[in-house]
Design a protein around this ligand. Structure first.
Ligand code: NAD
Ligand code: WQD
Length: 338
């Protein structure tokens, strides 16, 4: 079976993808600098799957180090998860975001060329559609105007992959545009482990539920949506992980560039998420309405047809599953991996 190199593979989406790839019979090599993760996640991946992961502490920008890893392992395909992802922080520290996210991409592509590895999957984001495109977002739309440096790094990296593939017809690239990943592996052994105050909705909810924060503030209830709160396309991280397995099967067998949305196609509002979380878990999440958060748009969700047509993939988990599994992880690991 083929060997897949996961750059940034100790993180939230990378660790779940490692489980799905190992379960599907792939061998997995992970490199991570643990800037937003812990090696404990990969030890738990090994516990869940009963398989071994080749794990390296390494900065993906470090060409010499990444070359060593490619030398020691016969890599067939790369999945590039390594990146900084906090939208607000990217506005405060744009250069750090451009430096890290763009450099990791360049180093990976250069190292791949050096070792004649021509298969790569990239963690892109629905954020590249910008705010002007009509919903649902479909892959044929032009990339839009991003509202923050994080989003721009994703748009720029997509462009870099497209240009690299134009210049090298042997290259096979899948740009996966994730919508809003939440949930955790059903074992509760791995999950999302944000440092500091969570930026994203679900980790905030689980931290209120476990008593670490006293209430959730819902950012705005005067949006032009059915209940006035923003609507998003939340996707279970295990569905997302399985999408990466399908993308790996695909990228190994094809050449050229494909952009693929990974979402459910169904939006839920902030209020629906909090209410569902409380109902399925029987736990209270006090919340109050506050002002809008700068940069939020009322609603976006995926047209998910292409992933089905190209990969034969569609999501299988419900919103109830997402809420149950998020809570199962948080209550078993109130302090994450620490
Ligand atoms: P994460 O922070 O949990 O994982 C990213 C991993 O990359 C971390 O383990 C971090 O330590 C590592 N990393 C960062 N810079 C590195 C470097 N220079 N060298 C080595 N490792 C480095 O985030 P995630 O939620 O798992 O996201 C994975 C990818 O998917 C990111 O690129 C993110 O931008 C993208 N994405 C995430 C979401 C989301 O909502 N979670 C949505 C769309 C896209
Ligand atoms: C979801 C909804 C908030 C926290 C972000 C990035 C996007 C992608 C996914 C990487 C919004 C509301 C949140 C809170 C709230 N990441 N909310 N109270 O903003 O849709 O997407 O993560 O690519 O690029 O922008 O996700 O989880 O932050 O917010 O009311 O304490 O929850 O206003 O409507 P978002 P989110």
């Amino acid at each position: 079976m083929a060997t897949v190199f996961l750059a940034g593979g100790a993180g939230y989406i990378g660790s779940h993808t490692a489980v799905a790839l190992l379960d599907a019979g792939y061998d997995v090599v992970v490199a991570d600098n643990y800037s937003n993760s812990s090696p404990e996640a990969i030890r738990r991946v090994e516990r869940i799957t009963g398989k071994t992961v080749q794990l390296y502490e390494a900065d993906i920008r470090d060409s010499a180090r990444i070359s060593e890893i490619f030398q020691e392992n016969r890599i067939d395909a790369v999945i590039h998860f390594a990146g900084l992802k906090a939208v607000g922080e990217s506005v405060q520290k744009p250069l750090m975001y451009y430096r890290n996210n763009i450099d990791t991409t360049l180093t990976l592509l250069e190292t791949m060329a050096k070792f004649n590895v021509n298969k790569v999957i990239f963690s892109s984001s629905a954020t590249v559609y910008g705010s002007e495109n009509p919903i649902p977002y479909i892959e044929t739309m032009q990339r839009g105007v991003c509202s923050n440096p994080y989003g721009w790094t994703k748009a720029m990296m997509e462009q870099i992959f497209e240009d690299a593939a134009k210049a090298n017809p042997e290259l096979s690239v899948v740009l996966l545009r994730y919508f809003n990943p939440i949930g955790a592996h059903p074992s509760g052994l791995i999950g999302e482990d944000p440092t500091g105050i969570p930026n994203n909705l679900m980790p905030y909810i689980t931290q209120v539920a476990v008593g670490k924060r006293d209430h959730l503030t819902v950012f705005g209830n005067d949006y032009p949506t059915p209940d006035g709160t923003c609507r998003r396309d939340y996707i279970h991280v295990m569905d997302l992980a399985n999408g990466h397995v399908k993308a790996t099967d695909y990228v190994l067998a094809h050449k050229g560039v494909e952009i693929v949305n990974l979402g459910t196609g169904t939006p839920y509002s902030v209020t629906e998420i909090v209410e569902t979380f409380q109902r399925v878990n029987g736990v209270a999440v006090p919340y109050e309405f506050g002002p809008r958060r700068f940069g939020d748009i009322p609603e976006f969700y995926a047209n998910a047809d292409k992933a089905l047509a190209l990969f034969g993939w569609r999501t299988e988990k419900s919103l109830e599953d997402m809420c149950r599994d998020s809570w199962n992880w948080q209550k078993q690991n109130p302090n994450g991996y620490r």
